[in-house]
Write a new protein. Structure first.
Length: 350
């Protein structure tokens, strides 16, 4: 089995991109093979690689690449219920090296995300061989109502952890996220949020677990993600998020997308804390700016009016750079067999 290690700027770790055709389709056989891959990573000094991307040419109309994201969790477990924008950017670049799709200026890659049925278009203006600067466009067809992106139906929910409760906005766009006001965690400014340590980390983990239970998801899984936000003027929204297993060094691309969408939803915490928007051209979308520990981010959110309310048509993130770190890597394969330490976090039943 041949793989490529790639990394996008701002990602907490590299992504191992593997061709899906060399792996079982699903179930225990796939998990066992992924466990073998994970042991190989650890045995070759790459235990920090906690993201795996499986890629194949897509059989769907108007799609080029089939992408499945696998998040490695502690205890030999995996979570395949969400997306990862950083890994998707790596996958588009590495898929061209695997000769699965062309990827070059004027040749965008239309990606179907098998985890959640998202449609993402990756574009580049630079030759995409070892490194490229990308734009990712999350295309929503059919366009969902903004209000439908609140999984509980509420712009704000109250979550209880131990003896305290905290307000949170649960939003699902790109990935499901939990947004809490940093002031409710005792943080009074951007420096305090960006330097917060284990105490705040523990609080956020507890809030995230409560949100997972509310959504019918396993509290030990990777989703929903969680981020603390602040609206300290002057300047745009400030955000710091958790990754697996600690603070995210910047902000996940799907996190930036979800936060930008949340900021356009009436009465959510991000909307309350986001500076009042300037008038904008509906055809060009609304630009949502945010500060992360790794620098500024801007996401463009485009909506269209409908009789039932605004609907989300596209969210775009620009200027993300990805590079191939090493490869091709020859990964030894063994006969797949189910192992007790292998587990999978499944989405809630509907």
């Amino acid at each position: 089995m041949i793989g490529y290690l790639a990394q996008a700027d701002g990602a907490p770790c590299p992504t191992l991109v593997l061709p899906a055709r060399t792996l079982p389709d699903d179930g225990p056989a796939l998990l066992a093979r992924l466990a073998d891959v994970r042991r190989w990573l650890a045995g070759t000094g790459r235990a920090q690689v906690l993201k795996i991307a499986l890629v194949a040419p897509s059989r769907r109309p108007r799609r080029d690449l089939e992408f499945r994201f696998v998040q490695c969790l502690p205890g030999g477990r995996f979570d395949t219920t969400g997306n990862c924008g950083h890994s998707l950017a790596c996958a588009a670049l590495a898929a061209a090296r695997h000769h699965l799709v062309p990827f070059a200026p004027g040749r965008p890659v239309r990606v179907h995300v098998a985890n959640n049925d998202d449609h993402v278009v990756c574009e580049t203006d630079t030759p995409a061989h070892h490194e490229a600067e990308l734009s990712l466009h999350f295309v929503h067809t059919p366009a969902p109502l903004l209000s439908s992106l609140l999984p509980t139906g509420n712009p704000v929910d109250r979550l209880t952890t131990g003896r305290r409760s905290v307000e949170a906005s649960l939003v699902s766009a790109g990935n499901p996220y939990v947004f809490v006001d940093a002031a409710d965690l005792g943080l009074t400014g951007r420096p305090a949020l960006f330097t917060a340590g284990d105490d705040v980390l523990g609080q956020l983990r507890g809030i995230r677990a409560a949100a997972a239970r509310l959504l019918g998801r396993p509290p030990t899984g990777a989703f929903p993600k969680i981020a603390a936000i602040g609206g300290w003027p002057p300047g745009p929204l400030t955000v710091r998020a958790l990754s697996v297993p600690a603070w995210h060094p910047t902000l996940a691309l799907t996190g930036a997308v979800c936060l930008a969408v949340a900021a356009t939803l009436d009465h959510t915490l991000p909307a309350r804390l986001t500076p009042r928007p300037h008038p904008h051209d509906p055809d060009r979308g609304r630009r949502i700016e945010m500060h992360t520990p790794g620098g500024p981010r801007t996401v463009t959110v485009t909506t269209t009016p409908t009789p039932a309310g605004p609907a989300l048509t596209r969210t775009s993130v620009h200027g993300r750079r990805a590079r191939i770190l090493t490869g091709p890597l020859r990964i030894p394969t063994r006969h797949p067999e189910t192992r007790k330490e292998v587990g999978l976090c499944l989405p809630p039943r509907t």
